[in-house]
Design a protein around this ligand. Structure first.
Ligand code: NAD
Length: 270
């Protein structure tokens, strides 16, 4: 254990699968106590059990919460403080990509609103309660703990690139996460609270693979990927660890693209 998050407390939303689960495991491996939050309690509990088995020196707690409800987000942050006394890392990662999300003409308002509720308001509330908690973080040099903290908001490469396979509400929500994160980072920089966006490229997680359910749909994307493959959730977890830890102590307000080069591509190799 190299301990890049030794004694830190991390709250991760969407921790039941994909990026959130891999990050929970990696953060625990690096010494963090983790609160795994997901709308699917069983999935979060499985993750917590796995962490406890592998890393008995850290605590892992599962909590059911819907990030689309402000009271749930507040309760999750309160739980972290009650159990661990502080909050060092808030990873606002939960998000949805609704199957009925489409172009401007076909997307129903209820799909738009639901997407914004979870993907954008959920992140706003996560920031709001995390900032409040991080302002209270006691410094303890003997344990390597300091005031402030790190907030990571999951956006997406679609926040910076257009796609002719539209999911308008999703794309708009992620663009808003990017803009909101940048501004929050400026507002809270002098409080020692760093706030960054993580922009994944297309990944082999259920969120995307359930949607790309035919080879034809997958090939439509693969041709645009410089590396010729989808990313893995653990590759995003490693980037999240960098943003969570003091390795990124001079990084705030960034749009951290982890997309295999996609956002800089014109013609890809055959
Ligand atoms: P995933 O579907 O594998 O995991 C998402 C988790 O979030 C699930 O466990 C789910 O139960 C949980 N969740 C969904 N709605 C929730 C809610 N309202 N409250 C709490 N938890 C909820 O997805 P993933 O690929 O790991 O995606 C994580 C984040 O990365 C999302 O914000 C997503 O938009 C973003 N992202 C993913 C990709 C990709 O290709 N997979 C690309 C860019 C961005």
């Amino acid at each position: 254990m190299s301990g890049r998050l030794q004694n830190r407390v991390a709250l991760i939303t969407g921790a039941g699968g994909g990026i959130g689960l891999e990050s929970s495991i990696l953060f625990a491996q690096e010494g963090a106590h983790v609160l795994l939050v997901d709308i699917k309690l069983e999935a979060a509990e499985k993750g917590a059990a796995l962490i406890k088995e592998r890393y008995p020196n850290v605590s892992a707690i599962a909590l059911k919460a819907d990030v689309g409800k402000e009271e749930d987000v507040k309760a999750a942050v309160d739980k972290a403080i009650k159990e661990f006394g502080r909050l060092d890392v808030m990873f606002n990662n939960a998000g949805i990509m609704h199957p009925e999300d489409d172009n401007a003409l076909n997307t129903e308002e209820k799909i738009w609103d639901l997407t914004m509720q979870i993907n954008l308001k959920g992140v706003w509330w996560g920031c709001k309660y995390a900032i409040t908690a991080m302002r209270q973080n006691p410094t303890d040099e003997t344990k390597g703990l300091h005031a402030g903290g790190s907030i990571i908001n999951t956006a997406s490469f679609v926040a910076v690139r257009g796609a002719a396979t539209p999911q308008l509400a999703y794309t708009a929500s992620k663009g808003a996460v990017l803009a909101m994160t940048r501004e929050l980072a400026m507002v809270h920089a002098r409080e020692g609270i760093r706030i960054n966006s993580l922009c994944p490229g297309p990944l082999k997680t259920p969120l995307l693979m359930d949607f790309l359910n035919t080879q034809e749909k997958r090939d439509r994307r693969l041709v645009h990927l410089p590396m010729g493959r989808f990313g893995e959730a653990v590759e995003l977890a490693r980037a999240a660890l960098f943003l969570a830890s003091d390795d990124s102590s001079y990084v705030t307000g960034t749009d951290f693209l982890v997309d295999g080069g996609l956002s800089n591509a014109y013609v890809t190799a055959l």
